[in-house]
Ligand binder design. Structure first.
Ligand SMILES: [Zn+2]
Length: 68
């Protein structure tokens, strides 16, 4: 377990914060509630894709697959 953040200035980090937006539609996500997250390994970093609901996740997934 890595505990790299504590109470203090929020100057960025791997945690999901209140500025989280839906990757598909851009809506603000209420992070106090459950929401879908897709993680993708891109070379040496992990990319988080967050979605407001399963519909946006489905749309984004199908769009993403048709591109490649
Ligand atoms: Zn959305």
């Amino acid at each position: 377990m890595v505990e790299s953040y504590r109470n203090g200035p929020d100057d960025g980090g791997p945690k999901v914060d209140t500025s989280t937006r839906c990757t598909n539609c851009g809506s603000h996500i209420d992070t106090s509630q459950w929401f879908p997250i897709v993680t993708e390994l891109e070379e040496e970093s992990v990319i988080l894709y967050t979605f407001c609901d399963d519909d946006c996740l489905d749309q984004w997934t199908s769009m993403n697959q048709s591109e490649s």
